[in-house]
Design a protein around this ligand. Structure first.
Ligand SMILES: *Cc1c(COP(=O)(O)O)cnc(C)c1O
Length: 369
């Protein structure tokens, strides 16, 4: 059972859809597939424009940094993925500053406002909606709203790789939303998507940048339902099937269920003695702090057949991250809290009494809070 917050398992109907013969990308047949995928993508992103790239999420992050920063970037860094925006700026010699916080701490709206008031060169802000390194949620809506009040020309670029498909993202003050294939969309890695505002489109057209990750030339092609270079046809077919499936279930129904699952898991783990790591948790995953992270993960894998994630860098061996993104089955979500409780018993940390699963089930299935 794969319950890591990315990659997520690829469901059978997607694997089947992607097992058809490869079709040529410069055909009416593929253009129609692309058109339908693009429409659904615009709908879930709730943005006027979108681009699909043949890269993992980091490619889309790089494309946004190089195409949407003309002067100076402000990077919100509360973890590995925030830090990645800074590393991209460094790689391209793009002027930037950072607001750095511990991985369990969201950026303060006031800190962002203070910096943009002081430094008039900043023309783009890069932020994660959910910083996956610690399962932390940033107050991106308030930041975007307050920044736009001060200067509507500052681009707000939100990395929503672990937010799109998880919760309803408020795109009203965002200029770009980045997402990728291997998280909530349950596809193999290799595809990234960027939603764009009309202001962002204007800005990237004004000063086109790069070659393969040139968003101006790519967008021009994609508006006609084709791609500048060979399209990742198989993955795009997978994306189309997943978006159709999600729309059939209802995007709102998925968001509601994911929220409930996250809440039930969190409460169940608190009940058996864990502390939630992030001060403001996102619903994409549950992250708990524990010095027994490695031991717990090892028993979970070998004895109970579940794979969850640990931490990286200074959080190595100190956190557990359990995925809630995508179409997680109820029996999977309920099994993981039970398996963790059994593991605590095995490690002689806490005697098993079924309390985790009881709390989980009461919240998930009996409507208790
Ligand atoms: C997974 C992830 C990415 C993208 O990483 P890739 O390995 O390039 O797909 C970016 N941001 C966040 C918040 C992520 O969780």
């Amino acid at each position: 059972m794969l319950l890591t917050p990315g990659p997520t398992p690829v469901p059978e109907f997607i694997r089947k859809a992607m097992s058809e013969l490869t079709i040529h990308h410069r055909t009416k047949e593929f253009e129609l597939i692309f058109e339908n995928t693009r429409k659904l993508l615009l709908e879930i992103l709730d943005m006027p424009e979108a681009i699909i790239l043949a890269s993992t999420g980091t490619g889309a992050m790089e494309a946004c940094v190089t195409n949407l920063t003309h002067k100076k970037a402000l990077v919100i860094n509360s973890g590995k993925f925030g830090q990645r925006f800074t590393k991209i700026c460094e790689a391209f010699n793009i002027s930037h500053i950072e607001i750095k916080n511990e991985w369990n701490t969201a950026v303060k709206v006031e800190d962002v406002i203070e910096i943009i008031k002081q430094d008039k060169d900043i023309d783009a802000i890069y932020i994660q909606i959910c910083e996956s390194a610690g399962g932390l949620r940033h107050p991106y809506e308030q930041i975007a709203k307050e920044v736009k009040k001060i200067n509507k020309n500052i681009m707000i670029i939100a990395d929503g790789i672990t937010a799109i498909g998880v919760e309803r993202v408020n795109s009203s003050n965002l200029d770009a939303i980045i997402t990728g294939s291997q998280k909530a969309f349950m596809l193999p890695p290799g595809l990234s998507m960027i939603g764009l505002s009309l202001e962002a489109v204007k800005k990237l057209k004004a000063k086109p940048s790069g070659y393969y990750l040139n968003l101006a030339s790519e967008l021009k092609k994609q508006k006609t339902n084709t791609t500048a270079y060979t399209a990742a046809t198989t993955l795009i077919i997978g994306l189309k099937h997943m978006l159709e499936h999600m729309k059939n279930i209802g995007f709102e129904n998925i968001y509601k269920k994911t929220k409930l699952r996250a809440n039930a898991t969190r409460k169940a783990l608190i009940e058996i003695g864990f502390d939630i790591y992030p001060k403001t948790p996102a619903d994409a995953m549950t992250t708990v702090y524990t010095e027994y992270s490695n031991e717990i993960r090892k028993i979970l894998k070998t004895k109970y057949n579940v794979s969850i994630a640990g931490g990286q860098d200074h959080l190595k061996g100190l956190i557990l991250r359990i995925n809630h993104m995508g179409l997680v089955e109820d029996f999977e979500a309920s099994w993981i809290v039970n398996a963790i409780e059994l593991t605590l018993d095995e490690l002689q940390i806490r005697t098993f009494d079924g309390q985790a699963n009881k709390i989980f089930s009461n919240i998930m299935f009996k409507g208790k809070v």
